[in-house]
Design a binder for this molecule. Structure first.
Ligand code: HEC
Length: 107
């Protein structure tokens, strides 16, 4: 009986954690849609609207999402003049990274 209670509460905790995660990912997706989707494909599949801009699902096979964390905080600059420089506050970065995690390894 005691064990059952333990198992049930562990289950509830993990369900709650998953539920708390979802809005964060959703927010990350919205941020990317607003700021990046004009050039990059931000979904699990598809081509970028801008030629030469790597699709995020492709990028995430190459780099772990955490590798973008620092870049997003300090201003993302690439050698490419086409791409504007972005600086995101930490809360936004957490959301973006949470969303990018969902793109990994699902192709
Ligand atoms: C105006 C178009 C445009 C927008 C908006 C844009 N990008 Fe890019 N991005 C590009 C292009 C073009 C490249 C390819 C750059 C190159 O090859 O030098 C690129 C490359 C990248 C790369 C790859 C860098 C590397 O070293 O391989 C990352 C990561 C990236 N963008 C992230 C983002 C994020 C995150 C956003 C939104 C916050 C964003 N981009 C918004 C055009 C854009």
């Amino acid at each position: 009986m005691r064990l059952l209670v333990l198992v049930l509460s562990a289950l509830l905790v993990s369900i709650a954690a998953a539920a708390a995660q979802a809005p964060l990912q959703k927010r990350g997706e919205e941020l990317l849609r607003a700021r990046c989707a004009a050039c990059h494909a931000i979904g699990r599949s598809g081509e970028s609207p801008r030629r030469g801009a790597p699709a995020f699902h492709v990028l995430m096979q190459r780099y772990p999402p955490q590798s973008l964390e620092e870049a997003l905080a300090e201003g993302l600059v690439t050698g490419h003049r086409d791409m504007p420089e972005f600086v995101f506050p930490p809360a936004d970065i957490a959301a973006i990274v949470a969303y990018l995690e969902t793109l990994r390894g699902r192709r």
